[in-house]
Design a protein around this ligand. Structure first.
Ligand code: ZN
Length: 182
């Protein structure tokens, strides 16, 4: 194994424009556009991990309220970052992109050992996905300008914990793109 992939977590209408709207999140759209464009140009797989909740079943909805229900517009990736042909989309029903999804299978098939993790929210879905990635032995990079959270405190604490607990390397979109070229 020796490949990189970019994970894009929950950049969905409901999180940017809908029921879970978050003003801070909009500033990562443009860095993410650059990152995804560069990844595709270098044939680095782009993998979306998207909430697709089942109403009346997923307990997460009791905590957060209804959001990103499977099959609704709110559960679609925002227009600016729409998946393109050749990208991969993994629906998830829990915080982690790995839990009971096809992500692990896909990463094995693509021979990926390094994950560049982006999206929302640093202290929740990003963190749980990164924890599961660490348990499974992946090398993890997190560009700080391509992840966000509801508050500065949650953002900082989330990044700090992922660096400390899961050996995630904190970096930037610019540095990641330089790494693609190398
Ligand atoms: Zn959710």
């Amino acid at each position: 194994m020796s490949g990189k992939a970019v994970l894009v977590i929950d950049m969905l209408n409901d999180f940017l424009k809908g029921s879970m709207k978050n003003e801070r999140a909009s500033k990562i759209i443009s860095p993410l556009e650059k990152l995804l464009q560069a990844a595709r140009a270098k044939a680095v797989p782009v993998i979306y991990c998207n909430d697709a909740h089942l109403k009346g079943i997923d307990k997460e909805l009791l905590i957060w309220g209804e959001h990103a229900l499977a099959g609704t517009e709110g559960a679609e990736v925002i227009a600016e970052l729409k998946p393109l042909p050749g990208d991969y989309v993994i629906p998830k029903r829990r915080y982690s992109g790995f839990f009971q999804t096809a992500l692990r299978l896909l990463l094995e098939e693509l021979a990926i050992d390094t994950l560049i993790v982006t999206g929302l929210l640093v202290s929740i879905c990003v963190r749980h996905t990164v924890a599961d990635a660490f348990y499974r032995g992946y090398r993890i990079y997190i560009p700080g300008d391509a992840v966000e959270d509801l508050t500065e405190e949650a953002y900082q604490r989330g990044l700090d914990e992922m660096a400390r607990l899961y050996a995630a390397q904190l970096t930037s979109v610019e540095e990641i793109i330089k790494g693609f070229a190398a």
